[in-house]
Write a protein that binds this ligand. Structure first.
Ligand code: MN3
Length: 332
């Protein structure tokens, strides 16, 4: 019986954490309090999490008691926050915003947006630098306490804006609407110990610890990652990797890669010829070239074993390369 109760309470804990419903809990930072130094100091991080954020969590849990909001996911609650008290609005925002904030900071150096997010940034703001400038402008113009946001608006485009207090773009009551993917806390408690009144210095420093991998992950929760053409056909990707790293050096006169890897290339071609072809490419004209690729690659491997001249190898390797591009062409 005891074990049964334990399992039931475990399941309750698990389902609550997945749904992110009341009662809410203070999250872990995922890094040490001093990990963001010298940009954000250890004491600020400690107080910010354990005093400020913790108060939002406790106040939110108390304010929600007995309201319908107890049964909603936090995002659902924020979407209809205008129906609730100011206490719920401020503390639900406080909990959501800080939970996001800890994840978009990192001690890891040189994180970067992925290619798709970078293209979206370039399209909307011309460059990452101008995005930073716009964010800092939004953050420094926010009078009093609030947040600056990079968010995905209702047309699925990136936008920059700011909100007062603990509001955010997920709230129906907010002047800006969408899904936040990067938020900068511009409450004085976020920077006063180290920067005092110099909000601008804090805003310049924080870009050193922005976690672009997490911002990218949040971006793709709304904008699905574009599927690569051959994502479902690992054998063709694997063949192409070896081909690219042997053909291009040979073009520049370096035949050592192909002399070392012709056997590997040949076995990748056989694996490709016998692989499960994704339905959209499974047609006779593709299959014909697959077997041609396999035989041209085998012939190349034989020539390598016979220690043929560079010129002979280049001719054979070019035939392999041509067959490969015929496959790609026919897969259009
Ligand atoms: Mn704060």
């Amino acid at each position: 019986m005891k074990q049964f109760i334990l399992i039931i309470s475990l399941l309750t804990v698990i389902s609550k954490s997945i749904l992110a419903q009341a009662p809410y809990k203070l999250p872990d930072l995922g890094y040490a309090y001093n990990a963001l130094e010298p940009y954000i100091d250890s004491t600020t991080m400690y107080i910010h999490l354990n005093k400020h954020h913790n108060a939002y969590v406790n106040n939110l849990n108390n304010a929600l008691k007995g309201t319908n909001g107890e049964n909603l996911k936090i995002t659902e609650l924020l979407a209809e926050i205008s129906k609730y008290s100011d206490a719920i609005r401020n503390n639900a925002g406080g909990h959501y915003n800080h939970s996001l904030f800890w994840t978009i900071l990192t001690p890891k150096k040189n994180t970067a947006p992925d290619k798709e997010l970078m293209e979206a940034i370039n399209t909307s703001f011309t460059s990452l630098d101008s995005l930073r400038t716009l964010m800092n402008k939004a953050a420094s113009m926010r009078f009093g306490s609030g947040w600056a946001w990079l968010y995905i608006d209702q047309n699925k485009k990136l936008a920059v804006g700011s909100s007062p207090n603990q509001d955010n773009p997920l709230m129906d009551a907010s002047p800006i609407h969408g899904t936040p993917i990067l938020g900068i806390d511009v409450w004085e408690h976020a920077y006063y110990l180290k920067y005092q009144n110099r909000r601008g210095d804090y805003l310049s420093a924080i870009w050193n610890v922005i976690n672009w991998e997490e911002v990218t992950r949040r971006y793709h929760e709304v904008i699905p990652k574009a599927k690569g053409k051959f994502d479902d056909w690992p054998e063709i990707i694997s063949f192409h990797e070896v081909l690219a790293s042997t053909f291009h050096p040979a073009e520049e006169g370096d035949f050592s890669a192909i002399r070392n890897r012709s056997g590997e290339l040949s076995s990748k071609a056989s694996a490709l010829a016998t692989s499960k072809i994704p339905a959209q490419f499974n047609k006779k004209e593709v299959i014909d070239v697959l077997s041609k690729l396999s035989s041209t690659t085998k012939a190349l491997d034989k020539l390598v074993h016979k220690k043929s001249s560079d010129k002979t190898l280049m001719k054979s390797l070019t035939a392999v390369h041509d067959s490969f591009h015929q496959i790609v062409e026919r897969c259009k």
